[in-house]
Design a protein around this ligand. Structure first.
Ligand code: AMP
Length: 548
């Protein structure tokens, strides 16, 4: 028997329609690419998204067509998100930090019809266009006065000119909510990037899960600043979740250094923010310098890679900001787990609470997970057994976009293999030890490179650390620790580093060598690139090898 309920599609346009109607006076603040602060409201945002939507229709854009965006977090990018998806076209967010050949690959693979770009990226797109013959034109997110020299772009269009003559009255079209809404490619370090194609429905369900108290707990009383870029898994869903709540939204634009972020957090009284650990490293270093405070900030989401304990302690103990450690993936829209306590954790002492927060989070309703051994057998959720993490749920991709062959990650029906290795405890907290390809295999046992790195960065003279497995004739692999010193910690030496690790890690995990470097390689989304690091150290031989 079918229920008697209204069958209304869960479309992305309904988010901005809600915010525009019921939070019409709530502010959206942008640090513009040009420099000045821009302020307007959710109502303005919806009207302008409608204008852009109609302009795209006049350009012949149809449902399912892909439009690429190469842009920072700004109000115009937000309008593009809603304008494109609102008419059933697909917002393909492109990470400008991809290598040129990857950029070329994703634009062609997605078959982007138009590119919507910030003025910053004109040079990048000029170089790209000769290799992207299907792109019909480039929409530059600027007004006439701020248009750069676009003479070398194919069919350049000034965004403000384009939308100027459109009406802000428009009925958002209604269609099947399983239709594609957005596309984001993984910044894969091996092979070509792969596309995660999100649906309207999956995006809305994800947004609803995101605002719940056991997740990010967003509300209309928050001021939300996504520092994580809108080209990195849709800024982790915040532009959608923010519209669902009608909160004040602060968009930081192109400058993501410690000072710029600090200035916006304080001047706009941001209560909630989110980004990868690298960003917070820069913020905390700046705050140390100026003796700053974060009196308005209540919660910070840290994810994308493991959040070091020292960073968590600084945020919570020194600045009074709650850290929400989270784990997710491009393929998961991206949220999988968020670290919030359960009732039974009330009254935990500070050390135990911090221990618990080292977990990358607790499974959310909507995602189910399991760990498996090398033969695919399910392992117990006892917090001890470690295996590859598999996930399933309505906001996890069922396949990659337009790949000739089904990816290995979907070998088991109904499950997606994450490539992450972790333990799951009976409460659903996950303890990530590594990427499957990064574990250090020593004498048949696994050493967690993430745990080693986390302990190492606890040393006050260490800015960043990476542990990689190096070949060893007896043990198969042994750990090499590669360290970047802080500016004031240049006198740190190998013995001091090893002494610091002693007692904090199992003795057999002790790195066979410590090497100091000026910087570590990162991927386009700011993660340590172990692949490049291994490449850099391919001729290196551990001292324990030469010593026999
Ligand atoms: P991306 O799709 O670029 O967001 O990368 C997803 C990958 O980032 C995951 O598969 C993990 O390997 C890693 N990752 C994300 N969050 C965390 C976390 N909290 N701790 C450790 N690794 C993480």
């Amino acid at each position: 028997m079918l229920a008697k309920m209204m069958d209304r599609p869960l479309l992305i346009s309904s988010l901005i329609a809600h915010a525009g109607k019921w939070h019409s006076d709530q502010e959206i603040v942008t640090k513009t690419v040009e420099g000045p602060i821009h302020r307007y409201t959710w109502s303005d945002a919806e009207k302008r998204a409608k204008k852009f939507a109609q302009a795209l229709l006049k350009k012949g854009i149809k449902q399912g067509d892909r439009i690429g965006t190469i842009a920072w977090n700004t109000y115009r990018h937000l309008e593009a998100y809603y304008g494109i998806s609102g008419i059933g076209a697909v917002t393909h967010t492109i990470n400008p930090r991809l290598f040129p050949e990857q950029l070329e690959y994703v634009v062609n693979h997605a078959d982007d019809q138009f590119l919507v770009i910030d003025t910053t990226f004109v040079g990048l797109v000029e170089a790209l266009l000769p290799k992207a013959p299907n792109v019909k034109g480039v929409i530059v997110l600027a007004n006439k006065a701020n248009m750069p020299d676009v003479s070398k772009l194919r069919n350049p269009i000034c965004y403000e000119d384009l939308i100027a003559s459109e009406s802000d009255e428009f009925a958002w079209p209604q269609f099947d909510d399983n239709s594609a809404a957005a596309l984001c490619y993984t910044s894969g370090t091996t092979g070509n990037p792969k596309g995660a194609l999100y649906a309207h429905k999956s995006t809305i369900i994800h947004a609803l899960a995101q605002i719940a108290p056991d997740c990010m707990g967003l509300s209309s009383r928050d001021t939300v600043m996504p520092v994580v870029p809108m080209f990195h898994v849709n800024a982790w869903g915040t532009p959608y979740a923010a519209a669902a709540t009608g909160c004040k939204l602060v968009l930081p634009g192109r400058h993501l250094d410690g000072r710029s972020i600090y200035d916006l957090l304080t001047s706009e009284k941001v209560s909630f923010t989110a980004a990868v650990p690298t960003i917070w490293m820069m913020l905390l270093a700046h705050m140390q310098e100026i003796d700053g405070n974060l009196n308005d900030l209540e919660r910070v989401v840290i994810g994308g890679s493991a959040c070091p304990r020292a960073m968590m302690e600084t945020f919570q103990n020194k600045y009074g900001v709650q850290v929400l450690h989270a784990w997710g993936m491009t393929e998961m829209s991206p949220l999988g787990t968020v670290n919030t306590p359960k009732m039974k954790h009330n009254g935990l002492g500070e050390v135990e609470r911090m221990d618990l927060q080292q977990s990358a989070g607790r499974v959310l309703y909507g995602v189910d997970m399991k760990i498996v051994d090398e033969d695919g057998n399910t392992l117990p959720n006892d917090g001890k057994a470690t295996g590859e993490l598999k996930v399933t749920g309505p906001w996890i991709i069922s396949d990659y976009f337009n790949l000739a062959e089904r990816a290995e990650a979907h070998a088991e029906d109904g499950w997606f293999s994450t490539g992450d290795v972790c333990a799951i405890d009976p409460d659903g907290y996950i303890w990530i030890t590594d990427r499957l390809k990064d574990v250090i295999k020593s004498g048949g046992e696994w050493i967690s490179s993430i745990d080693l790195e986390n302990v190492a960065v606890g040393h006050p003279k260490v800015a960043e650390a990476a542990a990689i497995g190096m070949p060893h004739p007896k043990w198969d692999e042994r750990p090499l620790l590669v360290v970047v010193k802080t500016q004031s910690g240049q006198d740190l030496d190998k013995q001091q580093m090893l002494d610091f690790l002693e007692g904090k890690i199992a003795k057999w995990w002790t790195p066979d060598d410590v090497v100091f470097v000026d910087e570590l390689p990162h991927t386009a989304t700011g993660k340590l690139s172990k692949l490049q690091l291994r490449e850099r150290f391919k001729d290196y031989v551990l001292p324990t090898v030469t010593a026999g």
